[in-house]
Design a protein around this ligand. Structure first.
Ligand code: UD1
Ligand code: CA
Length: 454
């Protein structure tokens, strides 16, 4: 099979400099959704027709793992004209599936059913009954058979009353498609070369025209405005939430979760409201995610409790750890088992081994921290001299007193204690108390200035 994706339209109603097909649904450009679905059908040829915002569209296509062929449509003279541009890239012996870059959520199963209905020698159209068919092409049937499609602007009153619409998605036999496209005329209300006119041509040629229906209406919903984009996003998120519920995940409110990527959950996972998951996130058995947390490309071990308002990105959290509230785990954070990271603690590019704790107000960056270490409130690793980054090493069983600065590169030996307020510029020996602090004095005879009462 060949697949052609139409993506040349400008999408004026989006009111945006970004080409319409690059607007994201669930964090992924609509065109990428369509390409990924098309890929899952293993097509022989895949061709994207681009036009408006060409450079940005080509940039996206250049990042595909498998190459995609492209054809420029300039100017844009209609859907039929668009498909014509793809002809040199197509295999004439194969049927051709036509998809739209702004219809992102069609399922592979629906497309397979359409392709099956078409076989090698029929024209198959994906149609749906719509309560409000305004603006769409209507399917005209005679004695049950499809005979043509008429566009809204060209339709009579009686035709406009028809509720069965053309989704735009169709499968056409290869050689015939070329022939029909060559014969298209633009003598219609919009002066465009309508792809839909090939239906009447097929009927005239004695080629059977059949239809298939999607599993759900939203599968053929196109996006022309931010309103429609937002509606489709909600539908898609609702579907994802339902899948999670069916797998046994507890969602405190399925209407208040956003998954923009792949969320893999073990058993007995609970997710509170307002959480966002991006990229690939794995939550092992028994994880709880508190309200309004954002997790990006993260792996969370079994039994971890993430309290509300955490931000976790490119981080691995060991089993039974407790994170937050208000914790930030930045890229390169690797926490062992039973690590506690409390409020207003930021960790970056650091390994923290089992049973260690940083419970309040700390910055741990470029550090290697052993097991059973206690990092006191206000501890800061000074990892950056304005040009270079340096590492801090804190070995097992250390106790870092509150308000300590560790000026990297520096090592705190096993079992060492740093007194509160220490500015550590040299390594601290194992097993000993190290403290750098001005001696405390009490000034005798000092009196506080007194305000004269008015
Ligand atoms: C088209 C169908 C209509 C169907 C509707 C479904 C035709 C003539 N009409 O309507 O029957 O109900 O889709 O949404 O086919 N595009 C190009 N180049 C062009 C014109 C369009 O690439 O020259 C692309 C657009 O970017 C878009 C898609 O084709 O992705 C559909 O175009 P649009 O103008 O939205 O659809 P209509 O032509 O109004
Ligand atoms: Ca149009």
């Amino acid at each position: 099979m060949n697949v052609v994706i139409l993506a040349a339209g400008m999408g004026k109603r989006m009111q945006s400099a970004l080409p319409k097909v690059l607007h994201p649904v669930a964090g992924k450009p609509m065109l990428s959704h369509v390409i990924d679905t098309a890929r899952s059908l293993s097509p022989h040829q895949l061709c994207v027709i681009y036009g408006h915002g060409g450079a940005a569209v080509l940039d996206l296509l250049s990042k595909q793992t498998e190459p995609v062929s492209t054809a420029l449509q300039e100017p844009q003279l209609g859907t039929g004209h668009a498909v014509m541009q793809a002809l040199p890239a197509l295999d004439e012996d194969q049927p051709t599936l036509i998809l739209y870059g702004d219809v992102p959520l069609t399922s592979a199963a629906t497309l397979r059913a359409l392709a099956d209905a078409a076989g090698n020698d029929k024209l198959a159209i994906l149609t749906v009954e719509q309560d409000d068919p305004f603006g769409l092409g209507r399917i005209i049937r005679e004695e049950g058979r499809i005979v043509r499609i008429v566009e809204q602007k060209d339709a009579t009153e009686a035709e406009r009353a028809i509720k069965e619409i053309n989704s735009g998605i169709m499968v056409a036999p290869g050689g015939k498609l070329k022939q029909w496209l060559g014969a298209l005329q633009n003598n219609n209300a919009q002066g465009e070369y309508y792809l839909t006119d090939i239906v009447a041509m097929a009927v005239a040629d004695g080629v059977p025209v059949v239809s298939a229906q999607p599993g759900a209406q939203w599968e053929v919903a196109g996006v022309n405005s931010k309103v429609q984009l937002a509606q489709l996003e909600r539908i898609h998120q609702g579907n994802i939430a339902n899948r999670l519920l069916e797998q046994g995940v507890t969602l405190l409110d399925p209407a208040r979760i956003d998954v923009r990527g792949e969320l893999i959950c073990g058993r007995d996972v609970t997710i509170d409201v307002g959480c966002v998951f991006e990229g690939k996130v794995e939550l092992a058995d028994g994880v709880t995610v508190g309200a309004h947390s954002v997790l990006v490309n993260a792996s969370i071990g079994a039994g971890v409790a993430i309290k509300p308002f955490c931000h976790i990105e490119q981080a691995v959290v060991g089993a039974a750890s407790i994170i937050g509230p208000y914790a930030r785990l930045r890229p390169g954070t690797e926490l062992g088992q039973d690590v506690h990271v409390g409020n207003f603690v930021e960790i970056k590019n650091s390994q923290i081994a089992a049973h260690s704790k940083a419970n309040h107000l700390a910055y741990v960056g470029d550090a290697t921290v052993g097991s059973r270490v206690n990092i006191g409130a206000g501890t800061i690793t000074c990892n950056y001299d304005g040009v270079n980054k340096f590492r801090t090493v804190i070995e097992d069983d250390c106790f870092i007193g509150s308000d300590t600065q560790l000026i990297a590169p520096v090592t705190v030996g096993k079992g060492a204690t740093l007194g509160a307020g220490t500015t550590l510029a040299k390594d601290a020996p194992a097993g000993k108390l190290t403290v750098s602090r001005a001696r405390q004095v009490t000034v005798e005879g000092w009196t506080r200035p007194v305000k004269i009462k008015k």
